[in-house]
Design a protein around this ligand. Structure first.
Ligand SMILES: [Mg+2]
Length: 297
């Protein structure tokens, strides 16, 4: 995403070259440079901010709460099925490798917008006319003020009581690991420095979470994967186009609701980065591939 300074520079030095060559033009350039210049996604009118509706739905609607509660309640049934069936693993890499039937069962949950509600951070950004940045995000994580996603704590507690090991694999960075463990513990989740696995690309713990799932799979049978992003579920999900993402989602339908559980996140995610520009993301006529599962399902 272009930041205000780079957009401003682009405007001054590429769009209006004439202002560079006269004294008046130079003053104009200075005025432009000191004027507020909203970044992508920013506007002075809250209701025109593209993030506003998504966020107010998450923070205010009974429907969002009911949807996440429902998702976690329904997830208990396949969890119990998988507990009693050693042929089941939710991890495609583990399934391909085999040798998991005798291992103790575990589930892997993503953190943000899966068990941790960070909507307050998003609300601050809208109110302060800011976009996401690593600095403000890490500062938010250090505040240890994320709430629990409705239904998540009850589900995790029930799974733990059934003898399932809990792992959290998050793309929060190592620098906020202790704060993340503290936040999860404060809410009642069984979190520790051992079962919360943060991201560090230099150390081989990348965005795709593959190496971290492999670490869990070494000693556990992964019976369920839960997240709000496709990459929380298996490898090869970091796709850059909406059509590719939907085709892949269709191919994986058989895993949904049993081994893979998906939470709604209309605020941000890979889906947003994969959108075509502006109005091309709107479909007045729905493509058939988006409405039906593939014939093999
Ligand atoms: Mg997430």
């Amino acid at each position: 995403m272009l930041q205000p300074s780079s957009r401003m520079a682009s405007f001054v030095f590429h769009c209006v070259p004439a202002i560079k060559v006269t004294p008046t033009g130079l003053w104009l350039a200075v005025l432009i440079a000191v004027a507020p210049f909203p970044a992508v996604g920013q506007t002075t009118d809250l209701h025109q901010d593209r993030r506003f509706d998504a966020l107010t739905w998450v923070q205010n609607s009974a429907e969002y709460r009911m949807l996440t509660e429902q998702t976690f309640r329904l997830a208990l049934h396949p969890l119990i099925t998988a507990l009693n069936d050693p042929s089941i693993t939710a991890d495609e890499a583990q399934l391909a490798k085999g040798d998991f039937a005798e291992k103790p069962p575990a589930i892997i949950l993503d953190c943000d917008e899966t068990v941790l509600d960070n909507s307050a951070y998003a609300a601050r950004n809208i109110l302060e006319n800011q976009s996401y940045s690593t600095e403000t995000w890490n500062a938010w994580c250090m505040e240890v003020k994320a709430d629990a996603i409705p239904g998540s704590l009850k589900f995790v507690s029930r799974a733990k009581a059934l003898g399932v090991e809990i792992f959290f694999i998050t793309n929060r960075r190592d620098v906020v690991k202790d704060a993340t463990v503290e936040n999860l513990k404060k809410l009642g989740f069984p979190a520790s420095t051992e079962n919360v696995m943060t991201k560090n690309e230099e150390l081989g713990r990348g965005d795709d979470k593959v190496s971290r799932r492999a670490r869990v799979a070494k000693n556990h049978r992964i019976i369920m994967l839960i997240g709000d992003s496709m990459s929380d579920l298996c490898s090869g999900m970091n796709l850059s186009e909406t059509a590719q993402r939907n085709q892949t989602g269709n191919r994986k339908f058989q895993q949904l609701g049993s081994r893979w559980i998906m939470l709604p996140n209309p605020i941000y995610g890979g889906w947003q980065q994969a959108l075509p520009a502006d109005k091309k993301a709107l479909k007045p006529k729905l493509p058939k591939t988006n409405t039906k599962p593939s014939p093999s399902q």
